[in-house]
Design a protein around this ligand. Structure first.
Ligand code: SF4
Length: 876
């Protein structure tokens, strides 16, 4: 309890699958204080930049406050009745497979459980899939093939105890920063070696001992070579192999694979294989670079093969570790959120499993076959097979591959419901019915992180507007569809107890997921629940799996799979010569509906971009800061070029966060082909083919404003700032009156303007004031505008004398783009300190400027600045 009388409450960060514990304290005015929970085993008090900025994302801005039908506010009663009636009508007329739920790793386990129960047990279809399909379905498939269940064998503690951590397709420094800090701490404490396997040189490479920039999609060939090396080097664990099947076939396939496809030298491959072979305590961490591939499941099994063949699994400091992208991706896997699973890791195609769940739920209608996976689901929406669709806490009109086609499909669906916290998303705009859901910090439930730790999310703020918990919304629709008895829940604790009881049945059927030890949890016990790693039974709690060689296939043995390299599905050709990789940036989350509310986070990378190699840029006539048009067989985008050798020739990278709300021409998933892994159904989001050309803009602009802007031009990207908004602009058509255009952009009917015009050179600068304070400023030039953006972004609301110069006064240095979000330290400030004060290390920078001393997420970038400065100095 603090001086103001508000207690601190333990909860969990709502972003990535690390699942960091947070301590929340409401300020009594709708706001929060947030700090890392020192007692949570995932983070021990640490938070990354996103977690540290959580308090900036809980306001009312953008919230959906009331149900809406056809864009008009409605009562809950009318909205729920309409949803139930429409779903019932579709089912009665077209059958249960004419409806679908598309849900999210943002859902709490209790919400997920109710959605899954309603669809699979009572509607009688398996057409429920989750955006986790885009994230780690290939890991699920690989685990099930190898282990017999979707089991994560190890724990985060293995990262502390490993002597070698191999990061495959994982930019851990940006996507799971707290785990990355943990790996770096192990390196410091015990000399843990770090290997990064990634086509790109990412921030994660800065702390690594070895970077293998393999060709996209060639991971199977590399790990097959490792398996051969382990065999030839006598590193197999023959005793452990007795707990497995399939080694000979896997080895044959490995011998037949060729490493040339990796693009790596023999020396690079040999160095990696020897290091892996000689190091007993090895953890192989893998993420989206492995999963988001048309051969993702095979990649996972190629990795698992090596751990199984050496018995390096389920022991301290050893094993494969999949890290998930979402806070409750694991909970969704456990509860049956995927279209091909039942709850508690039970199999939908197994009649005994189906019967057990049917009896437990007293379900009237159970599907006998898997439902539609995400890509197929939206195809079915597009061709009219799905008549009623319910999308919950996800934004498929942006985030699905072939996003333009998905947007068209949703728009054309007979009836679409969207439950969300945000009123205006690309998907919410398409809904017939919008349902306001409670947000993080307003809702109660559990999540499971990447190492099987179940943690509570707790409510510390009241529900906003008329928002309701997702489980309650789903249960109410279930009741109105005629299943009142089965969906009569009063609390999430009640749902959790039912789920835990069902898991006991799953345990008796030989499944790994068993938390039946929690089925008797009282409401008070649920309130108090501390982070708990499953399984939780009378016999055991937590721990690692498979160290004893006991697996979940019927014969109790693991399977090594014969896997062979398969190239990405899309082939480069003269028309589409570049391979497009997509991914995350450090300070944004998914489609930015929450992190985009934080000015601090938005200052790191304020504009969508395309990384392209210098040789390719030269060949295409692209110079720094150019805009480029990127075209694929599916769609097109306009992005800012960043010329960098972090990507290889022939490859380009673009982030996946920007939407129709923030940069309509940068919806990168519109370019991604809807091809999937044949086993997992996961889309290949990192290997589409594209063409890249300079974008011929008639003019370029940069603007800052106190209020949100309404751009209307070929390219725009807007971001929040401490003082309002900033936007990058470019147009193809000339503008006759820039003063009028500025007033329109800033949404002002009139204002006191200051204008510099040089029509002959195509230059215009317009500042608009009200009461002597800057409302907005627009800078236009025939080439990318050269002004001090980060300085200008601070000026709205100020008197801002001299704003039209576009630069700060001589005595006020430009801070540059923010690198350290925690202490708001910009690149300009860092460079001045590094070069002016002769700082030589990340620690010295931290001591001088605090940068990097809180969450540490920016440390790799500070290290890169230091290295670049040292290179410059050496060259002088
Ligand atoms: Fe949240 Fe960052 Fe922890 Fe992920 S690493 S759970 S985003 S604080």
């Amino acid at each position: 309890m603090d001086g103001a009388g508000f207690p601190e409450t333990r909860s969990t960060c709502p972003y990535c699958g690390v699942g960091c514990g947070v301590l929340l304290r409401a300020d009594g005015q709708g706001g929060l204080d947030v700090r890392g929970d020192p007692d949570h085993p995932a983070n021990r008090g640490r938070l990354c930049s996103k977690g540290s900025a959580l308090a900036e994302t809980v306001g009312l801005e953008g919230r959906l406050l009331a149900p809406r039908i056809d864009g008009q506010d409605a009562t809950w009663d009318d909205a729920l009745t309409l949803v139930a009636d429409k779903f019932r009508a579709a089912i009665d007329t077209h059958g249960p497979d004419s409806v679908a739920f598309y849900v999210s790793g943002q859902l709490l386990t209790e919400d997920y459980y109710i959605a899954n129960k309603l669809m699979k047990g009572f509607i009688g279809s398996a057409n429920i899939d989750t955006n986790s399909r885009l994230c780690m379905a290939s890991t699920v498939a690989g685990h099930r093939r190898a282990f017999g269940t979707d089991t994560v064998p190890g724990t985060y503690e293995d990262l502390d105890e490993a002597d070698l951590v191999v990061l495959v397709g994982s930019n851990l420094a940006w996507c799971h920063p707290v785990l990355h800090q943990r790996v770096l701490a192990a390196k410091q404490a015990r000399g843990t070696k770090i290997v990064v396997i990634d086509p790109r040189r990412t921030a994660t490479c800065d702390g690594a001992d070895m970077h293998l920039p393999l060709q996209p999609g060639s991971d199977v060939a590399l790990f097959n070579r490792l398996l051969v090396t382990l065999y030839e080097g006598g590193a197999l664990d023959n005793a452990y192999l007795r707990h497995t099947q399939g080694f000979d076939a896997a080895l044959d396939a490995a011998f037949n694979d060729k490493t040339a496809v990796t693009g790596l030298s023999d020396a690079q491959i040999d160095a990696f294989c020897q290091l892996w072979m000689r190091t007993e305590k090895v953890v192989t961490v893998f993420s989206q670079g492995v999963n988001q591939s048309s051969s993702g499941s095979d990649k996972v099994n190629a990795i698992l093969n090596c751990h199984l063949a050496t018995g390096r699994i389920g022991q301290p400091g050893m094993g494969p570790l999949s890290v998930t992208g979402q806070p409750n991706a694991m909970g969704g896997r456990e509860v049956g959120g995927l279209a091909n699973m039942l709850a508690c890791h039970l199999d939908i195609e197994n009649p005994d499993h189906r019967a057990a769940v049917r009896d437990f739920w007293q379900a009237p209608a159970m599907p006998e076959a898997p439902g539609l996976k995400a890509v197929d689901m939206f195809r079915a929406v597009g061709d009219g097979r799905i008549k009623a669709l319910w999308i919950i806490h996800t934004n498929p009109a942006v985030s699905m591959p072939d996003a333009d086609a998905v947007r068209t499909a949703i728009k054309g669906c007979d009836f679409t419901v969207v439950s969300d916290i945000t009123a205006q998303t690309d998907t919410a705009r398409l809904a017939d019915v919008l349902l306001p859901a409670t947000a993080w910090a307003e809702k109660e439930g559990t999540v499971t992180n990447s190492d099987r730790t179940i943690s509570r999310q707790r409510a510390v703020l009241p529900a906003t507007g008329q928002a309701r918990p997702d489980w309650a919304i789903l249960a109410e629709v279930g009741a109105r569809m005629g299943f009142a008895k089965a969906f009569d829940y009063a609390t999430p604790a009640e749902i959790f107890r039912e789920y835990a009881a069902l898991s006991g049945i799953a345990g008796r059927l030989g499944r790994d997921f068993d938390i039946s030890g929690l089925k008797g949890l009282t409401d008070a016990g649920y309130d108090r629940l501390t982070p708990t790693r499953w399984p939780v039974t009378e016999a055991r709690q937590g721990g690692r799996f498979f160290g004893d060689g006991a697996f979940f296939h019927a014969d109790g043995k693991a399977r090594l799979l014969p896997v062979s390299h398969r190239a990405p599905a899309a082939k480069t050709a003269p028309r589409y010569p570049f391979r497009l990789n997509t991914g995350r940036v450090r300070d944004q989350w998914h489609t930015m509906t929450r992190t985009g509310l934080s000015p601090r986070l938005s200052a790191h990378l304020a504009e969508p971009f395309l990384d392209i190699h210098p040789d390719d840029a030269r060949a295409q006539g692209i110079v720094p800061a150019d805009l480029v048009r990127v075209t694929s067989p599916q769609g097109r985008a306009i992005l800012r070029a960043r010329i960098t050798d972090a990507v290889q020739p022939g490859q380009v990278f673009a982030p996946m966060h920007w939407t129709g709300e923030t940069a309509p021409s940068a919806r990168i998933d519109a370019l991604v082909a809807p091809v999937t892994d044949p086993v997992s159904g996961q889309p290949e989001s990192k290997a589409s083919v594209v063409a890249v050309q300079p974008f011929a803009a008639a003019w370029y602009g940069f603007a800052v404003s106190r209020t949100d802007m309404v751009p209307d031009c070929a390219y725009w990207a807007r971001m929040r700032t401490q003082a309002g908004w900033r936007a990058e602009l470019a147009g193809e058509a000339p503008v006759a009156d820039w003063e009028a255009e500025a007033l329109r952009l800033f949404g002002l009917p009139q204002g006191e303007t200051a204008v510099i015009l040089d029509a002959a050179r195509g230059i215009a600068r317009v500042a608009v004031f009200a009461g002597g304070r800057l409302q907005g400023a627009l800078f236009v030039a025939p080439e990318p505008v050269a002004v001090m953006r980060d300085h200008l972004a601070t000026l709205p609301g100020q008197e801002a004398h001299g704003v039209l110069s576009g630069r700060p006064p001589a005595d006020m240095p430009d801070p540059g783009p923010v690198l350290c979000a925690c202490f708001n330290v910009g690149v300009g400030t860092l460079l001045r300190a590094i070069e002016g004060d002769g700082l030589l290390s990340v620690d010295a920078v931290g001591a001088a400027l605090q940068a990097g001393t809180n969450c540490g997420s920016c440390k790799p970038e500070i290290a890169a600045l230091l290295r670049a400065a040292q290179v410059r100095e050496a060259a002088e």
